[in-house]
Design a protein around this ligand. Structure first.
Ligand code: PLP
Length: 342
């Protein structure tokens, strides 16, 4: 199609996710906001072990891991990380061992948080679990992961580390460069014109990759990143940097301008993995109007941002919400989600 997607298609990749995911209307929710349309990209339905956005990213990490003949994959994340759950799942599918490191990012003593949801699935999948006491020390968490990898090498294993910190190539973002093409192809086939996209912005692989892919495709609509981990002042430069890194990885010119990078931290408070009223209400509305299950950490906050945009948007605007998954985490937030009201 164009040089950027040709380059993407030449890179190592393991086909793991069930793609394409559906692009569907949220007609009940939209009817609350006038004549505009709301759409959802069902990336919660990517297939393996309860799915989610990270499967698209893992196709490229595992592409590289297989190319390097790795026998073990290592990753670090929050206790209720969806990424570590899906890494353990993909490792099983590909016959590799998996070591996951769970960081204490959310100050929660709830036994359900520590044992249910993603943690339960990590255990069912049989991953080797390590812990890291801090949640905001990316460098320290990475260093501990490296030392686990060194121990594995000393035992004759060939480990592959999935790094998330900004200093490493954003291999996972390639999954969302590809997702942008999938969305635009679906929109073209069904005659839909998308005016705006709303997506969670955490490590920035999803937001950065999607924005890059849309601009590579020639699509100029705004992409609003909803901050879920750090504030806008920290997140915006991170996404700008991600797009430069993606361009370097693909060895192409960066089609994203700095003005294209839009983030809001309006729904972040009181912090990562903690609920606020707008998010609670968004989760309740999505469940009751559309039977969509959203999580408190990522997709609930992103839906709160999407509904705010729907409220502000003019007539006839079509807004696309990217449902990035996170479903298992709802079982870790039982107390907070049992008493939702719209
Ligand atoms: C369900 C879900 N949505 C969104 C995100 C954010 O994606 P990214 O880290 O690529 O910014 C994550 C990250 O872990 C996630 O698990």
């Amino acid at each position: 199609m164009n040089a950027i997607f040709d380059k993407l298609d030449s890179l190592p990749r393991q086909r793991l996710a069930h793609l394409p995911t559906p692009l569907e209307p949220m007609a009940n929710l939209a009817s609350r906001y006038g004549d505009g349309q709301l759409l959802v990209k069902r990336d919660d339905n990517t297939g393996i072990a309860m799915g989610g956005n990270k499967l698209r990213q893992l196709e490229f990490y595992f592409g590289e891991a297989v190319e390097q003949s790795a026998d073990t994959v290592l990753i670090t994340g929050a206790v209720q990380s969806n990424f570590v759950r899906l890494t353990a799942a993909c490792a099983n599918k590909l016959g590799m061992n998996c070591h996951i490191q769970l960081e204490q990012r959310v100050a929660k003593n709830d036994p359900l948080y520590a044992n249910s949801g993603n943690v339960l699935i990590d255990r069912m999948l049989g991953a080797t679990i390590h812990t890291y006491p801090h949640g905001e020390d990316e460098a320290g968490a990475d260093a501990q992961l490296e030392s686990i990898a060194d121990d594995l090498r000393a035992k004759g294993c060939n480990p592959y580390i999935i790094h998330l910190a900004p200093g490493h190539a954003p291999i996972g973002a390639l999954g969302y460069v590809d997702a942008a093409r999938e969305i635009m192809d679906q929109a073209a086939t069904t005659g839909i014109s998308i005016d705006e996209v709303v997506v969670a912005s955490g490590s920035g692989h999803t937001h950065g990759g999607l924005l890059f892919g849309l601009r590579a495709y020639g699509a100029t609509m705004p992409v609003i990143g909803i901050c879920v981990r750090r504030d806008a002042a920290a997140q915006r430069p991170r996404i700008i940097e991600r797009t430069h890194q993606i361009a370097a990885l693909l060895d192409v010119a960066n089609p994203v301008s700095e003005d294209d990078v839009v983030v809001t931290d309006e729904f972040l408070h009181p912090g990562y993995g903690q609920l606020n009223d707008a998010t609670r209400q968004a989760i309740a509305l999505a469940a009751r109007q559309e039977a969509l299950l959203l999580d408190p950490v990522y997709t609930g906050k992103t839906m709160a941002g999407c509904l705010k945009r729907a409220e502000q948007a003019g007539q006839d605007r079509t807004i696309l919400f990217i449902h990035t998954g996170g479903t298992p985490a709802i079982f870790a937030y039982q107390a907070e989600l049992s008493e939702l009201t719209t």
